[in-house]
Design a protein around this ligand. Structure first.
Ligand code: ZN
Length: 335
């Protein structure tokens, strides 16, 4: 086995695509232009580099690059003179960058006759840049391959889409996503909850700003503990601790979903005897509640919180919604 990071990333994150592309490479059936679409973090760049290694590597096995030769090494380090990678200049990819690309590709390969270009965040191409790329994608020349990568297919011009082969990348499976979360510095105690709430690395990055996620998780954890102890402090927690963290309307849904995740912990503890909690700090309250609560009550609680997602669109203050949930849950637990 080789120890090439790019090969590892491409084959771990998108095994199916990696296998499919090695077969295509093996049969010399690679198209000239691909458009890779998928969430940030799903391995689009790794896949483009992996395929590029397959094109250049002299020691492929069934289309798999060796990962160790000079070509493979320089491509995976993004240091190969015939593999040009374009990233947005500040916020957009401008005509000048595409012109540079075209100049690059009008020259034949520096070392051989093959050339690859990779455009990251292709949705940020200005219209001018995209239009100037069109003709080039259409008639790329024999040994020229291009990979356009995007997180938002809707923002790519239809004329570009129609000239490329679009490959949609799957979300990462939960083990791979957890691995990504670890690399992003997400705390161990947050991994299950984060994985439960999203599979988008972009959301994760946003939620991590100013430790927002960490703060909300602690506040909801406190709220749940109060409820489990039948303590009216739960209302104070909403008003004093939680409301200041509702920075904008986009933050309301994850907060509600975290409340649901608390009671999912109770459900999982009761029926699956699982201890993979969303809120590991609440372990004691979760287990105690799970042992005492009737299934019917638990289902009612989950329904109450789930239903409030619909109220979000109506003009009721978020604080009122959360207080009303808290009151209903505490009443149910007191019956
Ligand atoms: Zn190689």
């Amino acid at each position: 086995m080789n120890e090439n990071k790019v090969i590892d990333e491409a084959t771990n994150k998108q095994k199916y695509l990696a296998d499919r592309f090695t077969k295509i490479i093996d049969k010399y059936e690679l198209s000239h232009s691909y458009l890779f679409s998928g969430e940030s973090g799903v391995g689009k760049l790794a896949m483009a580099l992996f395929i590029t290694m397959g094109i250049f590597c002299p020691n492929t096995t069934n289309g798999y690059p060796c990962g160790n030769c000079d070509e493979c090494r320089r491509i995976s380090e993004q240091q190969h003179p015939d593999v040009v990678i374009i990233k947005p200049d500040v916020q957009s990819i401008k005509v000048d960058q595409v012109r540079y690309l075209k100049d690059e590709f009008s020259k034949s390969g520096l070392e051989g006759n093959k050339k690859v270009f990779i455009i990251q965040d292709a949705e940020t191409m200005t219209n001018g840049a995209a239009n100037s790329l069109l003709k080039f994608i259409e008639e790329p020349g024999n040994n020229i391959f291009s990979f356009l990568l995007t997180t938002n297919l809707n923002l790519i011009l239809p004329t570009i889409i129609s000239r490329t082969q679009v490959i949609e990348f799957n979300h990462l499976n939960s083990a791979e996503f957890s691995e990504q979360l670890k690399q992003l510095g997400v705390k161990h105690s947050q991994i299950n909850l984060m994985n439960n709430l999203t599979n988008s690395i972009n959301f994760v990055r946003d939620w991590q700003t100013d430790d927002w996620f960490d703060k909300v998780q602690s506040v909801i954890s406190k709220w749940f503990d109060s409820i489990a102890n039948n303590d009216a402090e739960a209302f104070v927690t909403i008003q004093a601790d939680l409301m200041p963290l509702v920075l904008d309307n986009k933050r309301r849904e994850p907060i509600i979903n975290m409340m649901i995740a608390c009671f999912e912990d109770v459900l999982n503890s009761k029926y699956l005897k699982s201890n993979q909690f969303n809120f590991p700090k609440n372990e004691n309250s979760i287990i105690r509640l799970a042992n005492n609560i009737q299934s019917q009550t638990l289902i009612c609680i989950l329904e109450i919180i789930l239903n409030c997602n619909q109220q979000l669109s109506i003009n009721i203050s978020f604080q009122n919604i959360l207080e009303s949930i808290t009151l209903k849950i505490m009443n149910l637990l007191n019956q």
